[in-house]
Structures are given as C-alpha cells and as structure tokens.
Design a protein around this ligand. Sequence first.
Ligand SMILES: C[S@@+](CC[C@H](N)C(=O)[O-])C[C@H]1O[C@@H](n2cnc3c(N)ncnc32)[C@H](O)[C@@H]1O
Length: 251
Amino acid sequence: MANPFLEPENLVHPMTRFHDAKTQSPRHHVSWDANDVPRSSVFDDTFYTRSDGQAETAYVFIDGNGLPARWTGAAHFSIAELGFGTGLNFLETWRNWIAVRSPSQRLVFTSFEAYPISADDMARALKPWTNLEPLGEVLMSHWHEPPGQPVSWQMDEQTELHIITGKAENSVTGWDGLADAWYLDGFSPARNPDMWSPDLMQQVHDHTCTGGSFATYTAAGQVRRNLEAAGFTVTRRKGFAGKREMLLGRK
Ligand SMILES: C[S@@+](CC[C@H](N)C(=O)[O-])C[C@H]1O[C@@H](n2cnc3c(N)ncnc32)[C@H](O)[C@@H]1O
C-alpha cells in the first residue's frame, strides 16, 4: 500500500519539513491557497475543503457519526481522529458538545498526528470561523509549540483533548483506548496511502467499541475495501459540497 515517493522522509525540499530545535518534533510546512485555505507542502493536499471547512466537519464527521444524537444519555463518549491538522474538527465538535451536554457527561477526544503545524499556521487556518474563536483561543493557549510528544489537556471541566504524536500506523496499535466514533481525516488516499492502509484500518476497527462508528470524506474503493475487510459494515452516502460520495460505518 505504501507509496514510497510520497513518504515525507523521502520528499526532498529544504523548507518542507524540519525539526524544531526545542521539541524535536517534525514540523509541517503549510502554504496558502488564494482564498487562504491551508495546504500541506508535504502531501500536496489541503487541510480542509476550499468551500467551507467548518460545514464539512459538521456534515462529514459530526453528522456522519450520528452526533450529537448519540451523546444523549452517554456518561462518557470517546472520539478518536486520524490527523489533528488545524484543530478544526476538534473545535467544531467541542462547540457542538458544549451546546447539548448535561453536567455529568464527559467527552474525550484523542487525535493521532505525525506532523503538527505551527501555532501561527493554526491561528491563520482557524481565522475564518468567528464562532470558534473563543474555543480556538483556549486551544492556542496550550499550542505554543507543536507538541513533540503526546499531550493531554483538560479543555474544560467536561472535555479532554489528547494528542498522540507520531505516525498513526505506529501509534494507534499501542493506544489503550476504545473510540465510540472515529474521524478518518488523513490527506487523500492517493497522496497519503499509509493513513488508509489495511493494517491501520484494522487497528482503527480493533480500537472501536462494539456498535461504534467511523466517518470519512473519502469514498475511495480501496479505503472502503480495507474498512470492510477490517470488520466494519460500510455505507456510502452523498459527499459534502461537490463530492459525490463519502463513507460511514459501524462495528
Ligand atoms: C487533512 S489533515 C487533517 C485535518 C484536521 N482533522 C483538521 O481538523 O484540520 C491530515 C493530517 O494528517 C496528518 N498525517 C499525515 N500522515 C500521517 C500519519 N502517517 N500519521 C499521523 N498523522 C498523519 C497530517 O500532518 C495532517 O495534519
């Protein structure tokens, strides 16, 4: 499955990726499309859709996983994500969670990220969404430097954020959690096949509660087959904006 030519280590571009002197974490070089949409120079793909990233998150990942309805009555709910990126999925999820939760409920959001972006890039990427600004400020108060090792932050009294650094194909396997819902948000399978490999999709399945779900914006046939082979019941539905289809599934 691996596409060695797209392995970040093998892309030779002096500005593409470097190690931060303080954290030793690999950093992500971000460029900006005409309408200020962030694009990865490593994977040559945008972090979210050009039309409206926040609406895409709401449709694909939140609604695609049956949220917020599945939060009703849940004492504890765990979301896991492949690819933290700009934090947009987390912030939009947190915003929705705050709107509906009851006092005793707890949300744990765990995101696997190999190439964290800089604080400046994160701030610029999140700028278009004024209703996320207060929550974005809380995130930015933790994200002074891209984390170089796994971090756990209490975002408010009912919400935890865990960022597990390193390549997901190595780190999901050692995770001791189980997700009620997965957001599969690696860059496009053609540009980043490692994030959609049979092994990683199996790890995702093995780290999902019975009855748990996943959602992803892609409908690529190979991804669907990998998720089915892992044990998910996979459904296709209309994709966001111009995209024909997306995938969701249940264990
Ligand atoms: C499309 S972006 C995620 C967007 C993000 N969910 C958001 O809300 O902005 C894909 C992310 O996957 C990360 N990534 C790519 N390959 C990875 C790997 N093998 N393991 C972990 N993270 C990876 C990239 O660094 C990037 O941040």
